[in-house]
Design a protein around this ligand. Sequence first.
Ligand SMILES: Cc1cc2nc3c(=O)[nH]c(=O)nc-3n(C[C@H](O)[C@H](O)[C@H](O)COP(=O)(O)OP(=O)(O)OC[C@H]3O[C@@H](n4cnc5c(N)ncnc54)[C@H](O)[C@@H]3O)c2cc1C
Length: 395
Amino acid sequence: MHELKKLEIPNSIINEHSIPCTEIQNTWGSSTIHHNESIFNPFGDSYILSRPDFDNALLQYCKKLGINIQSGVRITAIKKTENGWDLISKTKSHNVDFIIDASGRTSKFNFGKVRHEKLQQDSLIGITKHLVNSEVIKAEKSHVLVESTQNGWWYTTQIANGKMISTFMTDPTIVSRYKNSQSEFWNEELIKTVHTKERLLPFALNNTVYTQSANSQIAKQIQGDGWLKVGDAAQSFDPLSSAGIIKGLKMGISAADALHSYISGNSNALIEYEEITKLQYKEYQQKRNEYYANETRWNNTPFWYHRNLRVKEIQTFSITPMNNCKVNEENLEEKIAFLNTQLPEINFKTLVNSLKQTPLVKDAVSFYLKKESQQQISPWLLQALESLKIIGVIQ
Ligand SMILES: Cc1cc2nc3c(=O)[nH]c(=O)nc-3n(C[C@H](O)[C@H](O)[C@H](O)COP(=O)(O)OP(=O)(O)OC[C@H]3O[C@@H](n4cnc5c(N)ncnc54)[C@H](O)[C@@H]3O)c2cc1C
């Protein structure tokens, strides 16, 4: 609401296309529900938006202000001209001075010699089902339920027309290991929940799924000569943050300010915009990492160790030279490959084989040194052994 006010956009654009969200319930870090009720929020209720209606209402409002909008036109290429750009679509070409790329997380335009490249932090996807219950016609208000499980986390809410929208956020490698359809994967993952399963009980399951990428990413370059990126085209956040829309609105305002300043003679304005965006992304990454780290129940499963385990940062150790270790073969190759990327200083395959040969840690370490033809113990060996324990390779 605060950002819309700055843009002088009427509240009705949200109010008419949403229902109030009374609370966020989450089971994150424990199976008990934690309630975050809007009544305790100084800004009041949050909103469960109908995105198509909200986006359309914003477009109509822009049209009313006299902005030239051409709906249903897909830009297929961008070409540099002598004094600007050609935006090329199937039927027409539009010549423009400056491009603000707001084409979302799938943005892939090259700007002249600048090739589109992005830095991806993870590969999160969301698999969604829309569920109906013939007795539920409309919802006047709703709440959001977030529930973490061993392969990801669930996001469930009811929307104005009474449909329950339930998304399982996970990694594509986890889904690809599953032999049956994505719909069956979703159903099987639902069985592992406690509260989501219960909430969905009155709704009929169906087989239609919608899969979307939801990974955290930032474009390598956010501005250049005659162009800049805003919103998800510049940086995309994890839906856990629920901050994509507000980020889009805020960036829209700062991109407009930067462009105004640039054409008024401040040649650094776009570079400053890019620097601020990169800084915001760093701050976001830190918050995202802190939030994921609050869930420690499944750090031995790929979804969670990919997010939570930073081997070089391990500072508490529970393995001693006199421990006897048993190697767990489950997903061993994948776990070793992951640890090798985190700590290339250690040959994890040899280390695990050494522990298989001789379970006493001090003997396994001697065996490892011999195999690797090393005289001295690596300063990272303690972290390596502890990481094997955290992700469940040794018990
Ligand atoms: C599963 C999931 C859940 C989410 N939940 C939330 C949430 O609860 N709260 C929240 O605030 N955010 C949430 N988000 C994030 C939010 O949806 C995005 O951050 C937000 O939509 C980004 O806005 P945008 O305008 O930058 O991009 P988009 O909304 O993606 O808009 C891009 C527009 O560009 C158009 N476009 C793309 N390519 C072309 C082309 N070649 N030619 C012409 N037009 C083109 C598209 O059609 C689209 O209209 C969620 C995201 C996901 C994936």
